[in-house]
Ligand binder design. Structure first.
Ligand code: SF4
Length: 197
């Protein structure tokens, strides 16, 4: 049985996918075992691997705007835990990045989540995370449209990447109907945490 410290150390040293990734393994996540909000994403991209910081890009800027939080709040592990489905950059395919390595969720995800003590909201970004967390095979648009079925403990989101601008434009209900309650809930949860309540 892992302790929190041994889990963090063993993930940092994980070599399970060595030889299956384009580079040596480099897990990029933010372990916030006491955070109220979990961001369940896909996998780091190539630039994120270089920078070593999750969502330190245009996608992250949009995600923070959706949540209504500052960078300092976002990168505070007392507030946010950030766990992609694959912790390491999986490499590029013909149309975007490859899928997260399946070994990662199979080996790490349940034990990492079991160490989270006070999750109140899980933001589930993209199809791979939605399949795992929500046990759905529906496509992303249908899953996000059905967001009320998972609210208020979970919320499926599209990826905030600029590559999704067309999706966001075609689905204006997302900004109109989903973001206001999301921002109110994040504010409530962070307020509780920041005031120690
Ligand atoms: S993707 Fe996950 S399982 Fe694979 S090497 Fe990286 S941390 Fe380990």
């Amino acid at each position: 049985m892992h302790t929190k410290a041994s889990l963090a150390r063993d993930i940092a040293n994980c070599q399970l996918c060595a030889g299956l990734l384009p580079d040596p393994p480099k897990p990029i996540l933010q372990l916030g075992f006491g955070a109220p909000i979990l961001i369940a994403g896909q996998a780091p991209g190539r630039l994120t691997r270089v920078k070593g910081l999750a969502f330190d890009d245009a996608s992250g800027d949009r995600l923070r705007a959706w949540l209504g939080v500052t960078r300092a709040q976002f990168y505070n592990p007392a507030l946010f835990s950030i766990l992609p489905m694959g912790f390491c950059y999986p490499g590029a395919g013909q149309s975007g990045d490859l899928a997260p390595r399946p070994e990662c969720a199979a080996h790490w995800r349940r034990q990492v989540l079991a160490q989270h003590e006070s999750l109140a909201l899980t933001l589930i970004i993209g199809q791979y995370a939605q399949q795992w967390h929500l046990h759905t095979q529906a496509n992303l648009t249908d899953t996000v449209k059905n967001w009320r079925a998972f609210w208020p403990t979970s919320l499926p989101l599209p990826h905030p990447s600029p590559r999704n601008n067309r999706w966001l434009k075609a689905n204006p209900w997302f900004s109109q109907q989903v973001l206001p309650p999301l921002q109110a809930r994040v504010k409530q949860l962070l307020g509780k945490q920041l005031s120690g309540g």
